[in-house]
Design a protein around this ligand. Structure first.
Ligand SMILES: [Zn+2]
Ligand SMILES: [Zn+2]
Length: 343
């Protein structure tokens, strides 16, 4: 029985092209008690592999967090399978508004300690005592209220290319850091202000809202389904869109455009730009914002040094990397001294 991905990204890409089928990029999560994550993981892999599902799925005792793509003709079968799992029946699926058949090229279902690396000790507070979930329309009304403080629960490189008007966007590398910074900054308003939060797809707010209630915030709200679902509701219900720019996502697309505004700048020349790339030097792989003309000038590298290395024959590059940590496996989060125009 096949329990793991066997095709390379390249082979998969060719198959997707040959199939010439539309694929849907979908994400969902659910906190639920899973007794044996390994057995559950195998069950998912077997069924989803049959349906040609691709993606990155985390399973833990605390639940499931899934980002994936499904061939459109298999969507009904996929949905039926989800509904056959008691705690996933009618789970809200966040469907991407910008589709890309190659958003994922492998099916990876992994067992983890947690479904989000949140750095929290869940036993120190009641994770089920969450904030009030609001939809796009309620959210728009709430953030117009002068008694509201709106906070972005994502990291700096995410909010940099897009965020809600008037949101506090902490300059942080991790979720854990933002929790403390926000609590400290808003300590005087635990009673009198409405704390309204959002993230990409809603999962980070599930924990954050419970954490802030535990810390004494009296009125805590969270955007249901995050920016992905907000954008869908705005489009479908013709609501006012209060999100500016792009929504950073964690697949090959890297982002979805939500409004035409370009709110960030190329990290190399400072021109308006909101396209994230990874440095072409495999040993670097730094995530940063690069405009087309800088990409051409720099051969898609972050620095002259990386450009030089990237120009070497592949075997030479491999020799240089020998003995060093495989840094292309590390997700470098858009910070480097070589980026002159990083805010
Ligand atoms: Zn540039
Ligand atoms: Zn580089």
């Amino acid at each position: 029985m096949q329990l793991y991905n066997t095709l390379s990204a390249k082979e998969r890409e060719e198959l997707i092209e040959q199939a010439n089928q539309e694929r849907l990029t979908i994400s969902f999560y659910k906190y639920a008690h899973i007794g044996n994550p390994q057995i559950f993981r195998n069950h998912l892999f077997i069924h989803w592999n049959e349906l040609d599902v691709l993606g990155r799925i985390y399973v833990a005792h605390e639940g499931i967090n899934a980002q994936l793509s499904v061939p459109a003709p298999n969507f009904e079968a996929f949905k039926k399978h989800l509904d056959s799992i008691s705690f996933l029946e009618n789970v809200r699926l966040n469907i991407a508004i910008e589709q890309d058949n190659k958003s994922f090229l492998k099916l990876k279902v992994k067992v983890r300690k947690k479904i989000v690396a949140d750095g929290l000790n869940d036993r120190s507070f009641d994770v089920t005592n969450k904030g009030v979930h609001v939809n796009a329309e309620e959210f728009n009304r709430l953030i117009d209220d002068p008694d509201t403080i709106l906070v972005d629960m994502r990291n700096h490189y995410e909010s940099e290319i897009g965020h809600f008007q008037n949101a506090i966007t902490p300059d942080v590398d991790t979720f854990r850091d933002s929790l403390d910074i926000i609590e400290k900054d808003l300590a005087a308003h635990k009673e009198d202000k409405k704390l309204v939060m959002y993230c990409t797809g809603g999962i980070r707010c599930e924990k954050a809202s419970a954490y802030y209630k535990h810390k004494g915030f009296k009125q805590v709200y969270q955007l249901e389904g995050g920016i992905i679902e907000y954008a869908r509701q705005v489009q479908q219900l013709k609501l006012e869109n209060k999100f500016k720019g792009k929504n950073f996502v964690f697949d090959h697309r890297r982002s979805e455009r939500i409004s035409e505004d370009v709110i960030s700048h190329c990290h190399q020349c400072g021109e308006p730009c909101d396209t994230h790339v990874n440095c072409a030097n495999e040993a670097c792989h730094l995530l940063f914002i690069q405009c087309e003309s800088c990409a051409e000038k720099m051969d898609q590298c972050c620095s002259d040094n990386c450009k030089e290395i990237n120009a070497l024959p592949y075997e030479e590059q491999k020799k240089l990397r020998k003995g060093k940590e495989a840094s292309n496996k590390i997700f470098k989060k858009g910070r480097s001294e070589v980026l002159k125009f990083k805010r």
